[in-house]
Design a protein around this ligand. Structure first.
Ligand code: ZN
Ligand code: ZN
Length: 500
C-alpha cells in the first residue's frame, strides 16, 4: 500500500504548478498508482485489482476502498520544518479540492478540478449541453460512497412470510412464467398450503414457499435469462431499446464475448489490461444477474400452470399465490442488494479509466469500449426504470415509507452518477464512431452478437426521441448530458424525426 499522504501532497504540489494539459502524463503519479496485482481467477471479484488510475485527481477509489481513513497530512498541527515545507500558492484551495475530491468529469477527462460547489469544467459542460441542474452533474463521491453502507436497499416493500409451522405437510408443484404465452421453460416451484394468522376456518388456504425449500438464485437466473433469450427471438422492429440491451448483455456474457475478442488481439495484453478485462468480465456477469433479478422484481404480474405439459393452461397469479410472488420478490431484493454493491465498486474504476490506444491495440480498444457501453447502458436503464417504478408496484405489499423515500433518493443520485460517467466516457465523436463501427473481431468473430449490438445501437436514437418527448422529473441530466450531447455530436435529431 503506497503512502497516500505523501502521494497526495506531491500531487497537489505538482498540480498547482503545471497546466492542466500536462497533467495526465506526469510520471510522478505512476509509482504510487500501480497497485499491480496478478489477474484474478474467473469468478473472483477482481475489483481491488482493477485499472490503476492515471488521472491527476487527488482521490483514488482503490486506496479509499482499502484504507477508508488514511492519515491526512493536512491535519498535522504544524507544517513540517525545513526543506520539506512546500511553497503552495493557494494551499487553502488545494486542501479544499483534496477534501472534496475531484469531480467525475474532471477525473475521467483527466483535467484539473476546483473546489467550487460546481467546478468550472462542469459549469462549461452544462452550458454546452443545456443542463439546468449543474449542481447535480458535478459529483465528487464515488458510486460506492453514494450507495452507502445500507445492507438491503431494495427491500422497501413489506410482506409477512409464513413460517414453517404454518404449513401443512403436503407439497405440490407449480410452474411459473412471465407471460401467458411463454415459450421458454418455466420455473418449477415446490409449494405448500399454509394457514395465515386469523384465517377463517374452512376458507381455501393460500399457497406459499416453505422456508429453505425455495429455488436457488442460480435456477432463477437460468429461468429469467431463458425468458430474455426467448424475447430476443422476436422481430427487431417489435423490440424496445431496453429489451435489446438486456438481451445483448445476457448473450454477451453467456458467450464470454469479451474474452473471445481479447484473445484475438495480436499485440497481446499487458498486466494492467488483463486485470481490467478480468474486472470487466466479473462486472458484466454481476450486471447480467442483476438485470435478471430486476426483471423479476419489477414484474407485477406473473403466470402459473399446474402442469408442465405442453398446452397446459397458463393463468395469471391469483390471490392465493401472493405469498409465492412475495417470496420471489424478496429473493430478487436480496440478490440485487448484494450484486449492486459489487457492481458499483467495480464501476468506480471507470472514474480512472485505463487508456488503450486504438492505433496500438485496435481489437482490445474496440472490445473494451463495446463492453463498457453495454454495461453503462444496462445500469442506466435499471436505475431509470426503478425510478419510474418506485411508487408503483403491487398494492398487496405495504410500503415502508421512509425506506422507500431513501431508496428513491439514493437511486436518483446513482442514476445521475452513471449518466455523468457515461457522458464523460463517450464524449467524443471519435469514440462514438469507433464504437458504432466496431469490427467483427471486437465481438470475438461472433456475427450474431455483432448484429445484436448493431440493432441496439440502431434502436437507441428512437429511444432518445421517446425519452425526449416524455416529461420526467428525474430524466433531466439524462436528457442533457446524454441525449442532447449525442444529438449535437451527430446532428441527427431533425433527420431522425423526419425519417419517422
Ligand atoms: Zn471538476
Ligand atoms: Zn465538476
Amino acid at each position: 500500500m503506497p503512502d497516500i499522504g505523501t502521494h497526495e501532497s506531491q500531487d497537489s504540489n505538482v498540480w498547482l504548478k503545471v497546466s492542466s494539459a500536462q497533467l495526465p502524463r506526469l510520471p510522478q503519479y505512476l509509482p504510487f498508482s500501480h497497485p499491480h496485482a496478478p489477474p484474478s481467477p474467473e469468478g473472483h471479484t477482481a475489483s481491488s485489482s482493477s485499472s490503476p488510475p492515471l488521472s491527476p485527481g487527488p482521490y483514488n477509489p482503490h486506496h479509499a476502498r482499502h484504507a477508508p481513513k488514511p492519515p491526512a497530512p493536512r491535519r498535522r498541527a504544524s507544517p513540517p520544518p525545513g526543506p520539506r515545507t512546500r511553497n503552495l500558492r493557494k494551499p487553502e484551495e488545494t486542501n479544499e479540492v483534496r477534501k472534496r475530491h475531484a469531480c467525475y468529469h474532471c477525473r475521467i477527462r483527466r483535467v484539473k478540478c476546483d473546489a467550487e460547489d460546481i467546478c468550472g469544467k462542469c459549469q462549461n459542460e452544462c452550458k454546452k449541453v443545456g443542463c439546468h441542474l449543474p449542481q447535480k452533474s458535478c459529483i465528487r463521491r464515488t458510486l460506492s460512497e453514494t450507495l452507502g453502507p445500507v445492507v438491503r436497499r431494495w427491500s422497501w416493500k413489506e410482506f409477512a412470510m409464513p413460517i414453517r409451522e404454518q404449513f401443512r405437510a403436503e407439497r405440490s408443484s407449480v410452474w411459473i412464467d412471465f407471460s401467458e404465452d411463454a415459450y421458454s421453460s418455466p420455473l418449477h416451484l415446490t409449494v405448500g398450503a399454509f394457514t395465515p394468522q386469523g384465517w377463517p376456518a374452512g376458507d381455501l388456504l393460500p399457497l406459499g414457499i416453505v422456508p429453505n425449500e425455495g429455488p436457488s438464485d442460480q435456477s432463477i437466473y437460468n429461468w429469467v435469462s431463458g425468458q430474455i433469450a426467448t424475447e430476443n427471438l422476436g422481430t427487431f422492429e417489435s423490440r424496445t431499446f431496453e429489451s435489446l440491451i438486456e438481451g445483448l448483455l445476457c448473450d454477451y456474457v453467456d458467450n464470454d464475448c469479451l474474452q473471445r475478442a481479447v484473445n484475438l488481439e495480436r499485440h497481446g495484453l499487458d498486466n494492467k489490461q488483463r486485470v481490467f478485462v478480468q474486472t470487466q468480465k466479473v462486472l458484466m456477469r454481476n450486471l447480467r444477474n442483476m438485470s435478471c433479478m430486476w426483471k423479476l422484481w419489477s414484474s407485477d404480474q406473473l403466470f402459473h400452470r399446474l402442469d408442465d405439459v405442453d398446452g397446459a393452461a397458463t393463468r395469471p397469479f391469483h390471490e392465493g399465490l401472493q405469498s409465492v410472488h412475495a417470496w420471489l420478490r424478496l429473493s430478487a431484493e436480496q440478490a440485487m442488494s448484494t450484486l449492486e454493491r459489487d457492481i458499483l465498486r467495480d464501476m468506480d474504476s471507470y472514474l480512472s479509466p485505463i487508456e488503450i490506444r486504438h492505433q496500438d491495440k485496435p481489437i482490445l480498444a474496440s472490445s473494451v469500449h463495446v463492453a463498457m457501453w453495454i454495461s453503462m447502458w444496462q445500469i442506466i436503464l435499471i436505475y431509470r426504470q426503478s425510478l419510474s417504478h418506485a411508487y408503483a408496484g403491487p398494492l398487496w405489499m405495504r410500503d415502508k415509507q421512509d425506506k422507500q423515500d431513501k431508496f428513491w433518493e439514493t437511486t436518483e443520485h446513482l442514476f445521475n452518477g452513471v449518466v455523468v460517467i457515461y457522458s464523460a466516457l463517450f464524449r467524443t465523436r471519435n469514440v462514438l464512431e469507433n464504437l458504432r463501427d466496431a469490427s467483427l473481431e471486437a465481438f470475438g468473430n461472433d456475427k450474431r452478437l455483432q448484429l445484436a449490438f448493431q440493432q441496439a445501437w440502431a434502436a437507441h436514437s428512437e429511444f432518445y426521441l421517446d425519452v425526449g418527448d416524455r416529461y420526467s422529473s428525474t430524466d433531466s441530466l439524462f436528457k442533457s448530458h446524454i441525449i442532447a450531447k449525442e444529438e449535437s455530436i451527430f446532428g441527427r435529431k431533425r433527420q431522425v424525426r423526419k425519417g419517422l
